[in-house]
Design a protein around this ligand. Structure first.
Ligand SMILES: [Zn+2]
Length: 477
């Protein structure tokens, strides 16, 4: 996949490869770009706080100005039923060149507790090679390197090797409530061959990695009723159904002794890891003890024969997230409860279909408790899993771009969450690539959020390199 310098990240050890296309641009423009970063992070675009709506709008307008300044065209603040997104494009690449859509967001998380910040969250500073401030890495810094990569290439060549569109959202941090409607409304204008998301992390500064997929989710509430009201356990106990027993047995029955989910057909559509993905998983320097300490757990369990990273990234799961039944107060109460509730979620991986899993669960729940028990199943949301097709030529292009900058090819990771990426891939029918340079200890969503500037400059070079690689490679698509 990659031509591979064997010398790793230190190019002084071996013959110099071609430097990244934007190395000179960064040397010339460093101070201006840093100023732009500080100005943008200084805008308190907290989407969760209604009284910050004017700041979110100001951030959208600032985003639009950055896009225009970089040479992008058709710059427009796109209104939604909530906070605005921003669009821009540059569509003059040679005929046959692919079109890429860059996604990021300009809104940020709330800042409390404020007293834990070493410097005010919206008075960003550059210290010791880091930019400190809310939104520095999530996600303004990561959008800025994408914008500057376009500016740098246009500056250098007067053109781009690919057509590029930008969509910078304003409500990512509150769950993207209007994003899918926005995608549908502007589907024609957002048409693309590949989506590039810059809003994720790497394994470490010397272990570049790219995210290849996110798990999906289906959830249910199951309500049981076995009697008109709670019954006296001395009078009725032993001869009537008890929903606590029924729910406990049902919850236990959802896994077998090997930790596998027993729902009929659950694994039928699960796509196994490719050999490349499995090899990449083995290469990741995963510190299981540190991971357990982070979770605060004393032991690990799950599907037998699978590693921890496989279990959390590549395998589907079932979690009972809550059971509420009977008496929970002090002392004891001599009853047979009449009602109970269980909440269940399933994390899904490619190519599981949320509707198919939901249908299987509904049949399971309807049959599980037998006659004489009133069962109500309520769906609590469905998100399909997202997976980047590993053999797509754009993935190889991304790998080469990262390798050119970091000196080693990236490893492949997955993430547990489910964001707007799934909607992007589905509505626009394009593969989603992740070019993210955040680090695991960048304090996303926490006080003292930071952006490591070395990662930022490398991200900028990799973003430019990716357009060059995609433009050169497009004939094989
Ligand atoms: Zn983000």
């Amino acid at each position: 996949m990659s031509s591979g310098s064997a010398t790793g990240g230190d190019s002084s050890l071996g013959p110099m490869a071609d430097p990244p296309v934007l190395a000179d641009y960064i040397a010339a423009e460093r101070e201006r770009i840093e100023r732009r970063l500080l100005e943008w992070v200084g805008i308190a675009s907290i989407s969760a706080h209604p009284d910050r709506a004017a700041d979110v709008r100001r951030s959208a307008e600032y985003t639009a100005a950055l896009l225009a300044e970089s040479g992008l065209e058709h710059v427009e603040v796109l209104e939604t039923a909530g906070a605005p997104s921003v669009y821009a494009d540059w569509l003059h690449a040679r005929p046959g060149a692919p079109t890429a859509l860059v996604y990021g967001h300009h809104d940020v998380q709330p800042v409390d507790p404020l007293h834990l910040w070493r410097s005010p969250p919206f008075e960003p500073v550059l210290v010791d090679g880091e930019c400190l401030g809310r939104g520095a890495v999530d996600d303004k810094g990561q959008v800025l390197f994408e914008i500057e990569a376009v500016r740098g290439l246009l500056h250098r060549d007067g053109r781009l090797p690919v057509n590029v569109r930008f969509l910078v959202e304003g409500e990512e941090e509150i769950g993207s409530p209007h994003f899918e409607a926005l995608l549908r409304q502007h589907r024609q204008r957002l048409a693309c061959d590949v989506i590039v998301v810059s809003d994720t992390t790497m394994w470490g500064p010397d272990v570049p990695s790219v995210c290849m997929g996110m798990r999906g989710l289906v959830g249910f509430t199951v309500d049981l009723r076995t009697a008109a009201g709670d019954l006296h356990s001395g009078v009725f106990g032993g001869a009537v159904p008890n929903p606590a027993h029924l729910l406990a047995a049902a919850a236990a029955a959802l896994h077998d002794a090997d930790g596998r989910v027993t729902l009929p057909g659950f694994y039928d559509d699960v796509r196994p890891l490719t050999d490349d993905e499995e090899a990449s998983l083995r290469l990741l320097p995963f510190d299981e003890a540190a991971w357990m300490a982070q979770a605060g757990v004393q032991r690990l369990e799950g599907e037998r024969g699978r590693t921890t990273l496989e279990r959390v990234w590549a395998r589907p799961t079932c979690e009972i997230v809550g059971i509420r039944v009977g008496y929970g107060g002090t002392g004891i109460k001599t009853i047979v409860p009449a009602t109970g509730t269980m909440k269940v979620t399933f994390r899904l991986v490619a190519d599981q279909d949320p509707d198919r899993v939901a249908a299987s669960f509904e049949v399971w729940a309807a049959q599980r408790f037998g006659p004489g028990v009133e069962v109500t199943v309520t769906g609590e949301g469905r998100v399909a899993p997202a997976l980047t097709p590993a053999t797509h030529p754009a993935v190889a292009a991304l790998s080469r771009a990262v390798e050119t900058v970091w000196g080693v090819p990236p490893l492949f990771t997955r993430e547990g969450g489910s964001g707007p990426e799934e909607a992007l891939g589905r509505v626009l029918s394009a593969p989603v690539l992740y070019l993210g340079v955040g680090l695991p200890d960048d304090r996303f969503h926490a006080p003292n959020e930071r952006l490591v500037m070395e990662q930022f400059w490398k991200g900028l070079m990799a973003a430019g390199q990716l357009w060059v690689e995609l433009g050169a490679d497009a004939s094989s698509w």
